[in-house]
Each structure stands twice: as C-alpha cells, then as structure tokens.
Design a protein around this ligand. Structure first.
Ligand code: GLV
Ligand code: MN
Ligand code: MN
Length: 417
C-alpha cells in the first residue's frame, strides 16, 4: 500500500467512529436500543445538523440539492474533476437500529477526516453524501434521494406522497431544506467520478464465516406496488355478511393469492406486505377501503420480471366483490457493480489483511442508482446475528473501523485516477 494511503488509513479512529454512532443513536432513540428517525422528521433534521457541525469543524464544504441530499466535500487539486463519492443515509425504519444507513455516512466522514488529518492530496474531490429518504418507511418508495439525484425519477413524482398522518412530502421536505439555510445549492444530476457505499451486511453470512469485509458485487431486483381494495362501509351489527363489500376481508383473499403466486421452494424470492391502511378503521364498521404495500425481490432478472408482471392479474383474479387498483411505485432491476470498483475494494481489504468474501446484497441501497451513472461498489461489515430493520441491530466497533479503513484506501485509489 502506498505510504500516504497507509498514513490516511492509520488515521481512521475506531473510538471517534463509535462515539459518533452512539451520539447519532440518541437522536430518535426508542426503547430496545433502536432509533426512529423518519425521513424529513425533526429527528432527521437534528441528525443532519450534527453531521454538518462535524463537517464544518474540518472546513469541509456543505451543499444540498432540491430533495435534501446533503453533500460534504473535501476539495481535490483538479478544479474540473468530478467527485469520488461515498455515503449512505441518515433516516431509519420506524423500529430501526443504530447502524443501518448511518454507518455508511459516519464511515464516509471518518474517511474524509482521516485523509484530511494525513494531509493527503487527491486529484478528485472526495465527497460524502447523506441521501434523503432511503428507507421509504414514512414516504414510500425507498432510495428516493438517489433516484432523484441520478435522474431516474423526477422530484415532482414524489411531492404529493403522504405519510400515515397525511403530511405531504413537499411540506416535510421544505421544512428540512429551511433548517439548513447556509448550505450551498447543489444541482441534481451533477457528475460523479465513482461511488462506494459502506453498510452493515443486514444478513448473517460474514459473521457466520468469520469474515470482516463483504465485497459487494450486486443488488437483487426489487418491485414495489400499492394495492387498494374498494368496498363499502356498513353497520357491523346489522348488515348480513352476504350483503357486504368488506374491503379487509377481500384484501386478505388477495394477500393469500399473492402468497401463492410468490411461493418459492428454494426460498430465494422475497415477498413482504409491510404496510396496511384500513378505513374507516373502526371496530363496528365494515372496512370500506384498504391500502397495502407489496415488496417483492429476486436476484434473477427473468424471475423478478415474471413475478412483477403477474402481481396485478393475481390481485384482480382474487378480488370478487370489491374493485381493486394496483399502482407500481418502484421498479429496480437487479444491478451488478462495476468490476474495477469491486476489484479496488477487494484489493484494499487484501492489503489490510482483512478476511473477506465477495457477496451480493439482498437489501436495496442508493448504490443501485449511483451504479447507473458512475462506476460503483459497496463494502459490507458484519452485524450481530444478521439482525436489521429491528431495534436490536448491533455491530462491533472494530468491524465498523475495518470497513472505514477499506473505504479510505479504496476512495484514495479512485480519487487519484
Ligand atoms: C432498504 O432498507 C431496503 O428496503 O432494502
Ligand atoms: Mn440502509
Ligand atoms: Mn434499511
């Protein structure tokens, strides 16, 4: 490893990185050691401010784009070179853990600081990005910030999306943008030279195999839908069952049909209904309207296409008494990462003598959209028991630091090309 790269890697500070995780975990802390930091919430804003305070202490520049993606940049020597980027997300699931997302943000900041402290000059700027609304738990769909940044989706597609309280994304976003008025304005679609995202694995393989680094090669395909069932509300005590149009009863039949459609003996396909809204949501009124989400994933392009295309007809065939509406909200084909970036991450882990393996990602990440616009890769570190999207999510300080060291070395290699 080059001496200046080794110097920067040596500056990665395990204690500082861990303390920052613990400080971030206080923002939106929930019982059981978890966090609830929904996108564009008070907690999201507080965490952004904390991150900005750390960036400003190092004189890194801070910028924001129209969807609130937050960019923290350490300048390079070539004023015309596009940034080599790293990052992840600040927002969490409603019952999320202390590492999903924020690890990639804090590891990126750690890399920038280590490079700065070692005084290493890079040709490209090295830039950390905290993507807005990666989780999509409050405002579906997920990976929204990177989808808009890369031009895969238009911001206007999402402004009217409402959370469970009826708050529109455009209003929550406006509050978030106003909360950081001193940030420079960043244009959407600005070019990037490369992107590497660090993340906890969110699965058990690294821990089971005693590996410290996952060199991520791909992300499986993902489709999301909103399914609506329209019935008629009526009195629970007086209306005969045969005369009802019960939207919830019909939704259950539809859900059973979808489980049949997605049955997979190899247990490779993932199928989840995670969100349901019932109206009028009263014990003694027949439900008139149900909305539920569908999340279906598979690594094989043909399989995810076949299942994705079959969802709507399965819903229609199962609905007998109520009308239905199926709205696709997300369509991400399986993505393979850039071979040169994958090699670069692998070489960095080898040079640091860290036990590693190549692996695909079951979870989605903003790296999926960045892969459409620049050479992209990811670094996984182990998490306890593979538990994620759960308050109990946990990771070891030394593994988090190891991932940040690999990230630092890989970013420096890319930033000098
Ligand atoms: C991101 O959290 C995902 O849903 O994979
Ligand atoms: Mn994540
Ligand atoms: Mn997540």
């Amino acid at each position: 490893m080059r001496e200046d790269v080794q110097n920067a890697v040596n500056r990665v500070d395990q204690h500082r990185l861990w303390q920052r995780h613990m400080e971030m975990a206080r923002i939106g802390a929930i019982p059981g050691n978890g966090v609830n930091r929904a996108a564009f919430s008070r907690e999201d804003i507080a965490a952004r401010k904390l991150l900005i305070s750390w960036a400003r202490a190092r004189n890194f520049t801070v910028a924001m784009d129209a969807i609130g993606n937050l960019f923290i940049r350490r300048a390079g020597t070539d004023p015309h070179a596009a940034p080599v980027m790293t990052g992840s997300h600040i927002d969490s699931q409603p019952r999320g853990g202390r590492f999903d997302g924020i690890y990639g943000v804090l590891a990126g900041l750690e890399a920038l600081e280590a490079i700065e402290q070692a005084g290493v000059k890079t040709r490209h700027p090295v830039e950390l990005v905290a993507w807005s609304n990666e989780e999509g738990g409050r405002f579906p769909p997920c990976t929204m910030g990177s989808a808009v940044y890369t031009g895969a989706r238009a911001l206007s597609d999402f402004l009217e999306v409402k959370d469970n309280e009826g708050i529109a994304l455009k209003d929550a976003l406006a509050q978030t943008l106003a909360a950081t008025p001193a940030a420079e304005k960043r244009e959407l679609n600005a070019p990037a030279a490369a992107y590497i995202e660090a993340h906890i694995e969110q699965g058990p393989l690294l821990e089971q195999e005693g590996k410290v680094i996952g060199v991520v090669t791909a992300i499986q395909g993902l489709r999301w839908f909103n399914v609506e069932v329209f019935g008629e509300t009526a009195h629970a005590g007086t209306t005969p069952l045969g005369a009802r149009k019960d939207a919830l009863r019909e939704a259950i039949a539809v859900i059973n049909a979808l489980h049949e459609l997605t049955r997979d003996a190899s247990d490779t396909l993932r199928f989840t209904i995670g969100r349901m809204l019932v109206a009028p949501n009263s014990p003694n009124s027949v439900p008139s309207h149900v909305m539920f989400s569908v999340d279906v994933r598979h690594p094989d392009p043909a399989t995810i296409a076949r299942v994705g295309e079959a969802i709507e007809s399965a819903v229609r065939n199962a609905a007998k008494r109520c009308s239905v509406k199926v709205t696709p909200t997300l369509h991400d084909d399986p993505c393979a990462f850039d071979a040169a970036v994958v090699d670069c991450v692998e070489r960095a882990a080898q040079a640091l003598k860290l036990a590693q393996r190549r692996m695909p990602s079951g979870a989605s990440h903003d790296a999926m959209y960045m892969a459409r616009v620049c050479p992209t890769g990811m670094i996984f570190v182990p998490c306890e028991g593979g538990i994620s999207h759960n308050e109990a999510e946990n990771a070891r300080p030394e593994d988090l630091a190891a991932g940040a060291r690999v990230l630092t070395a890989a970013l420096l290699e890319l930033a000098d090309r």
